[in-house]
Ligand binder design. Sequence first.
Ligand code: ATP
Ligand code: MG
Length: 394
Amino acid sequence: MEKAVIIKYSEIGVKGKNRHLFEEALVRRIEDVLSKVGDGFKVTRPQGRIFVESEDGSDFDFEDVKEALLKVFGIQEFALCHVTKDDGTEALAKELVDFLKEQYEGEVFSFKVNTRRARKNYPLESMELSALMGEKILDAFPEWKVDVHDPELIVHIEIRDKINYYAKSYQGLRGLPNGTGGRAMLLLSGGIDSPVAGYMMAKRGIVLDAVYFHAPPYTSERAKQKVVDLAKQVAAYSGEIRLHVVNFTDIQLAIYEKCPHDELTIIMRRYMMRIAEDFAGQDGAMALITGESVGQVASQTIQSLNCTNEVCKLPVFRPLIGFDKQDIIDISQQIETYETSILPYEDCCTIFVAKHPVTKPRAERIRASERKLDDVIDELYKTAIETTETIVIN
Ligand code: ATP
Ligand code: MG
């Protein structure tokens, strides 16, 4: 008997001629996360399934593989599977009962056995084998009962050259595999929202690059490290992220010095979008992503969003736009970015923030205010781009 993991993937996006691209991307991603678990895993994809085995048939720790697969987009569900050679029904029943005891000792279920016969010369019909194994399971677990319509547990048996059996399955994240959706640039702050926004777009198969604006010495090394940590936590799901850390201090100081203080945030946000779009161009990213949500703060009213939007040509994805803060927090807890996000380090926006920011900025007025930067902004902008540090995170 050998161990394997059987993986079923979601049907979304798998139809038609792109199916193989989806499958290959999923296999690559699974290989990638398993390479961090250990050497010697083999990932194959026989008919509509993906199998993970050890290359030489040796044992492996399912718990580690499980943790890794729980972070892969594109998986519907997966299960620990045993692969055994066909030594007759007595031997199969014994192995199957041992397998169930290992996973379910002490638990009580309604169940059914589901047999699939890919090898047609097997001596029993599918139904006959299911019935026979059902009896053997009932002998071993007298409190269990059979329910063919709505069972709590389905015991699967697949008859190929060898015989596979599995029962307990784990829900995957669904979504689309990493890399099937192109590349986008995430504006990643140290807050709660933007890591969640990145996660949600990565779930649609998008590869993430990120940009973080810091303002040393007003923001500390710890604040930057916090963003690096968040990027790492998101990268556990999204795969590698190239993080651009932009020194934004001089631009912010210039805005502070020359522009009306109630417009600081909105003007600052416009420069963030412009710089993010420049890096998107360099990296081949085709959209920007932010963690904005309507009405959350002054810079996220519908008027403010119009005002920040007008400076960029790329589409801006705001996956949290209609989300409640608590819903966003729930996701950030699930993906385990929350604890990092709430660390109390200063953020470049909070340092220069006005007491009463405009909530309904008019674009013409903001443009007029920005013209006060004309003398200095080109040089500052160029320096900000040139002094950016890029960190590859995976
Ligand atoms: P978050 O929790 O993501 O920081 P927030 O509620 O604090 O969001 P804002 O500070 O208004 O909201 O920022 C809105 C969005 O702008 C963020 O979600 C993020 O995408 C981007 N952003 C804000 N500050 C930065 C920064 N310092 N670097 C990069 N992106 C930023
Ligand atoms: Mg913020």
